[in-house]
Design a protein around this ligand. Structure first.
Ligand SMILES: Nc1ncnc2c1ncn2[C@@H]1O[C@H](COP(=O)(O)OP(=O)(O)OP(=O)(O)O)[C@@H](O)[C@H]1O
Ligand code: SF4
Ligand SMILES: [Mg+2]
Length: 405
């Protein structure tokens, strides 16, 4: 068994005037994802290529992004974050589930129906070096969507491009330069300008600062925050650690091997995490480590490798690396259970670090006994689980009863 270490990360300094973004609990969702699945076929080698399995890259993911709000999607490499982003922008067609954008299910929208959607859902990519065509000028890159979608007359394209360059903090006179004449941070600003060209309602930002120096990361995050405030655009902000999304996202979803294991508002995730995986990720963030994991300073080092998404573990996918796994964890997948006003967790033994309950809390929901065997006397219930948003009632772990808003 190898020792998997989650790299220690720190939040880039955020200059004054850029406080943490706040959630509006009453905002209506611009994006509602329910039971989203993406299985990539695995083909055999040889002349006749048969499907011999599936990579379960995204497997039953549900969440909401509020209008003009932002949700952070966090997890280790390979957990399905980019695939989720690409499904939402409909670069892929999902295997299953629904994607409601502005009230309409776009999961199975046809190419013709997708064209207008491309204006409203845009993506910012991780690597500013490969995501810009090196042979095109900045003006051509940023102006291309305007020409394709014919949203402004030809003579208005350049003024609009210059306006966008100014918005993202670049010199508007540099529209005729090529990407290689810019630094990494500046290139990412070009990518952001391109994404803003058509005034989208939501931006899927796939690790938009991971390729940049820490000093530049804060500037780009501040720019994204300014853009969000000024234009009211919503964000799905993808990151591989919890440090980056902390100031940007009032709500965070933690993914592991294709599933959301915990989702909640900032206070629930950073100050009251109930899933062992979230606790391990938090322990890699020095400035929140102490508060978030019960005053302990040490890192939680997860044992073992992330299993293959082609043949994920039965029951809870985290069980092969979980320090508190029990028998029921191999038998049943834990449902994503609401445990607070804006907090859900998928674990049979949810609790603060070192305070996990002795008995599984999910038996009533699943209709099983403590080891996960069928309990003929129990009546399974789907209440409190698996909706994209938050219900008005939840299972209050402290009171061991139903909580109400
Ligand atoms: N087009 C594809 N065909 C087959 N498998 C794929 C494809 N795209 C992604 N995968 C697999 O799906 C899983 C999820 O990949 P994805 O890129 O979504 O992860 P990620 O969370 O974005 O990781 P990273 O942090 O490294 O970017 C991985 O096991 C990956 O190998
Ligand atoms: S369900 Fe079991 S294996 Fe999964 S995180 Fe909870 S305790 Fe660990
Ligand atoms: Mg990715």
């Amino acid at each position: 068994m190898t020792n998997e270490t989650i790299a220690e990360t720190s939040m880039p300094d955020v200059p004054e005037g850029h406080g943490a973004a706040q959630a509006d609990p009453d905002a209506k969702p611009i994006l509602e994802v329910d039971g989203l699945r993406m299985y990539f076929p695995v083909k055999s080698s040889g002349l006749v290529r048969r499907t011999v399995g599936h990579v379960q890259a995204v497997d039953g993911v549900s969440f909401q992004v509020p209008e003009a709000g932002s949700l952070g999607l966090v997890g280790e490499s390979g957990c399905g974050k980019s695939t989720t982003g690409r499904l939402i922008t409909r670069l892929y067609e999902p295997t299953g589930g629904s994607i409601r954008f502005d009230g309409r299910d776009i999961a199975k929208a046809k190419p013709r129906e997708l064209k207008p959607l491309r204006r409203e859902i845009q993506m910012i990519f991780q690597d500013p070096y490969t995501s810009l065509n090196p042979r095109q000028t900045v003006g051509a890159i940023v102006g291309a969507p305007l020409e394709i979608h014919k949203v402004v007359p030809k003579d208005k394209v350049l003024p609009r491009v210059q306006e966008l360059l100014e918005i993202v903090g670049l010199n508007p006179e540099h529209y005729n330069r090529y990407p290689h004449e810019f630094s990494g941070g500046q290139r990412q600003r070009i990518g952001i300008a391109r994404a803003l060209t058509l005034q989208p309602k939501i931006l899927v930002a796939d690790e938009p600062v991971s390729a940049l120096d820490v000093s530049i990361q804060a500037q780009v995050i501040n720019l994204l925050q300014d853009i969000q405030r000024e234009f009211g655009v919503a964000f799905l902000f993808i990151a591989h650690d919890l440090a980056i999304v902390r100031h940007f996202c009032p709500e965070i979803a933690v993914m592991y091997l294709g599933k959301i294991v915990e989702i909640g508002d900032r206070d629930s995730i950073y100050g009251n995490a109930h899933h062992p995986y979230t606790q391990a990720l938090l322990s890699a963030v020095p400035d929140v480590r102490q508060a978030a994991i019960g005053g302990r300073r040490e890192r939680i080092r997860l044992q073992g490798d992330v299993p293959s998404p082609i043949d994920p573990p039965s029951g809870c996918r985290f069980r092969t690396r979980c320090p508190i796994a029990q028998e029921i964890c191999a038998r049943h997948e834990p449902p994503l259970m609401q445990i607070g006003r804006r907090h859900k967790v998928a674990c049979h033994f949810p609790g603060r670090l070192g305070e996990a309950p002795r008995e599984p809390l999910t038996t009533g929901l699943l209709g099983v006994d403590g080891e996960g065997r069928p309990d003929p006397g129990a009546s399974p219930s789907n209440d409190l689980v698996e909706q994209p948003g938050y219900a008005d009632t939840w299972f209050d772990l402290d009171a061991k009863s139903i909580g109400r808003a």
